[in-house]
Ligand binder design. Structure first.
Ligand code: ADP
Length: 301
C-alpha cells in the first residue's frame, strides 16, 4: 500500500516509528507536511498539490495534526477523504476531539463517567459557578491549554475566585472541575486501536504535582486496567468516532472518569512504558480496514 503520514516533522518519534513499521511490512510511505499542501476546492476532480506536484495513488493517510494547525490540517484530511483515500482518523472526528466542550458534552450524553464539570465564559456569579461543581478544592482549566499548561488547582474558595476572575479578565473560555484528589496525581492513558485498548500506562506526576503530564516531569509505567476502565475507554473513543486515540482516565471514588480523548496520541511514552509495538498495530489496522472510498462519517454530532 501507499501510505501518507501527515506530519510536519519527520524526526518526531511517532512519525519515525509509523514510517518504520509501515516499511517493515512492505508499504511505501510518504511524509506530507500539511501546511505545504494546497488544493483547488472548486474542481470536480478533487486533488492535492504539493511542491508543484499532484499527490496521487495513496491508499491511506495517517493524520498527525498538531493542535495549533487543526483548522488547516483537517481541511487537508477532508480533501483526501473527497479523493476516496482512507484516513486513519476522519477529519470530523479530529475536529470534534479538539473541541473540549463539545467532546465532554458528547461523552456525557452517552453516559460516560466524567469529573463534575462546569464551563463558563464571563460568569457574573463566580460563587454559583463554584457551587455547581461542589466548591473548593477545584480545578480551573483554560480550554486552549495542552500539556498541562493552563490547568490550575485552586485549593481554597478564595484562590478559586481569583483564578476565575483572572481568566475572565483574559476573555478566555474555561472549565471548572471537581478535583479528583483520590487519583493522587496519576492518570491512565489507554491507547485505542480499532475497538481495543492495545496498551495502557499509568502516568504519575512528580512529588507534590497533581498534573501527571510527561512533559512536566511525570513518569510512566505499564498498568493493568480494570474491565470497567477498558470498556469506558473503548466507548469514549467510539463516541468520538476515532479509530485510533489516547483516552485519559482518572481513578475516582465514583469509578473511572474520562479527562480527554486525544486524536493524535504520541507513541513514545506508551511504547517505551509498555514495550509494545503500537506503531505496528496501527499499520495492521490500516491493512485490514483501508478500502477505497471507506470514508463515511461516524460518531455523534
Ligand atoms: P492537558 O490537556 O493540558 O494535559 P488535562 O486536562 O489533561 O490538561 O490535565 C493535565 C493533568 O492534570 C492530567 O493529566 C491530570 O493528571 C491532572 N488533572 C486534570 N484534571 C484533573 C481533575 N479534575 N482532578 C485531578 N487531577 C486532574
Amino acid at each position: 500500500m501507499k501510505i501518507g503520514i501527515l506530519s510536519r516533522n519527520k524526526n518526531l518519534y511517532s512519525t519515525r516509528r509509523l514510517k518504520e513499521a509501515a516499511e517493515e511490512r512492505g508499504h511505501e510511505v510518504a511524509i506530507i507536511n500539511v501546511l505545504r499542501c494546497y488544493m483547488n476546492i472548486a474542481s470536480s476532480n478533487p486533488e492535492i498539490h504539493y511542491d508543484g506536484k499532484v499527490l496521487e495513488g495513496f491508499d491511506a493517510i495517517i493524520p498527525r495534526i498538531g493542535a495549533s494547525i487543526t483548522f488547516y490540517g483537517t481541511a487537508v484530511v477532508r480533501q483526501f477523504e473527497m479523493m476516496g483515500v482512507f484516513p486513519l482518523n476522519e477529519s470530523v472526528a479530529i475536529s470534534r476531539s479538539r473541541d473540549k466542550l463539545r467532546s465532554l458534552q458528547l461523552l456525557s450524553r452517552k453516559g460516560i463517567g466524567l469529573p463534575v464539570t462546569g464551563f463558563a465564559s464571563s460568569p457574573r456569579d463566580t460563587d454559583d459557578l463554584l457551587n455547581l461543581v461542589g466548591g473548593a478544592p477545584v480545578i480551573v482549566k483554560l480550554l486552549e491549554g495542552t500539556q498541562g499548561k493552563g490547568v490550575v488547582l485552586a485549593e481554597t474558595r478564595k484562590a478559586a475566585e481569583s483564578v476565575v476572575e483572572a481568566f475572565r479578565g483574559l476573555n478566555a473560555n474555561f472549565l471548572v472541575q471537581e478535583f479528583v484528589k483520590e487519583a493522587n496525581g496519576a492518570d491512565i492513558r489507554c491507547f485505542i486501536v480499532g475497538d481495543k485498548v492495545v496498551a495502557a500506562m499509568k502516568r504519575q506526576g512528580q512529588e507534590g504535582e497533581f498534573r501527571s503530564n510527561l512533559h512536566r516531569g511525570g513518569t510512566a509505567e505499564l498498568i493493568r486496567i480494570t474491565p470497567e476502565e477498558r470498556s469506558t475507554a473503548v466507548r469514549a473513543s467510539r463516541i468520538m468516532g476515532l479509530n485510533v486515540s489516547g483516552v485519559d482516565i482518572l481513578r475516582s471514588n465514583h469509578g473511572p472518569v474520562v479527562l480527554e480523548v486525544n486524536s493524535s496520541p504520541g507513541l513514545e511514552g506508551i511504547e517505551i512504558a509498555t514495550d509494545k509495538d503500537v506503531a505496528g498495530m496501527i499499520i495492521e489496522y490500516i491493512e485490514k480496514n483501508a478500502k477505497v472510498g471507506k470514508t463515511r462519517t461516524r460518531g455523534a454530532g
